[in-house]
Design a binder for this molecule. Structure first.
Ligand code: AMP
Length: 260
């Protein structure tokens, strides 16, 4: 497995492997768990060359959240290597946002509801970094998790609107035994908070916005941001965001249109 730190280096790695081969990109922010590994597996199965990007994108975070985001590059590289990733692109921030950077991508309507209400500017950061990663790696396929359903919708809209030549593949949400969706942020939960957080998947499993809202509103130690139905393309989902202590968690279940 090769690790590239610059745009030039990742392009040099990929140039000789490109002809006649399918390139798959898995964009990540690191702190790997089994959800990330499921994306690597899906990419490994579908593609000849698997590239993972490892970049905690400051443009999609509020400052405090960025500072506390878990990072462990050494462990991540080992996990990626063991899972058969061929190239990890792990640039420093200045490589992606050099001084004078001033071009931003705004996917308008899809970005506004759900997460868009609570994290202004978040999807502008996501769309911009994804487009830049697509331009750098030029993948045939890119893999995203259903866990971040609205992100999938934003990226698919970006690909359609700008006629990008790549296919977006979506991987089902990987969960722990208690139903909690795996997330890099789960490491911040104390054992007591974790027990509280398990109310989130339980509530979504009712598949009813009203019942889920009642359950989450009644749960001590949990602050409900939203629980709402949304439609993204052919998929209808029930999505929610909550805060448990200082940790913000999102999750969703697919009500209609495939995937788990
Ligand atoms: P992140 O590193 O959190 O930005 O996540 C990188 C990719 O992994 C995104 O496409 C996420 O949707 C996906 N992902 C995160 N958690 C899970 C999960 N529990 N199951 C499946 N995919 C996930």
């Amino acid at each position: 497995m090769r690790v590239a730190r610059t745009i030039e280096a990742v392009r040099a790695e990929l140039a000789p492997r490109r002809t006649g081969r399918t390139i798959g990109l898995v964009p990540t922010m690191g702190a790997y768990h089994d959800g990330h590994l499921a994306l690597f597996d899906a990419a490994r199965q579908a593609c000849d060359v698997v590239v993972a990007s490892l970049f905690v994108n400051p443009a999609q975070f509020a400052a405090a959240d960025l500072a506390s985001y878990p990072r462990d590059e050494g462990r991540d590289l080992e996990l990626a290597r063991a899972r058969g990733v061929d190239v990890v692109f792990a640039p420093p921030v200045e490589e992606i946002y050099p001084p004078g950077f001033q071009t931003w991508v705004e996917v308008e309507e899809v970005s506004r509801e759900l997460e868009g209400v609570h994290r202004p500017g978040h999807f502008r950061g996501v769309a911009t970094v994804c487009l830049k990663l697509f331009a750098i790696v030029r993948p045939d396929l890119a893999f995203f998790g259903q866990k971040d359903a609205q992100q999938v919708a934003v990226v698919k809209q970006l690909v359609r609107d700008l006629a990008l030549e790549l296919e977006i593949r979506v991987v089902p949400t990987v969960r722990d035994a208690d139903g909690l969706a795996l997330s890099s942020r789960n490491v911040h939960l104390s054992p007591a908070e974790r027990a509280v957080a398990a109310a989130l998947p339980r509530a979504l499993a009712t598949r009813s916005a009203e019942r889920a809202r009642q359950l989450l509103a009644a749960q001590d130690g949990l602050e409900l941001e939203y629980v709402e139905e949304a439609r993204f393309d052919e998929r209808r989902i029930l999505a929610a965001a909550v805060r448990v202590g200082s940790t913000r968690l999102i999750d969703n279940v697919v009500l209609e249109g495939g995937l788990s």
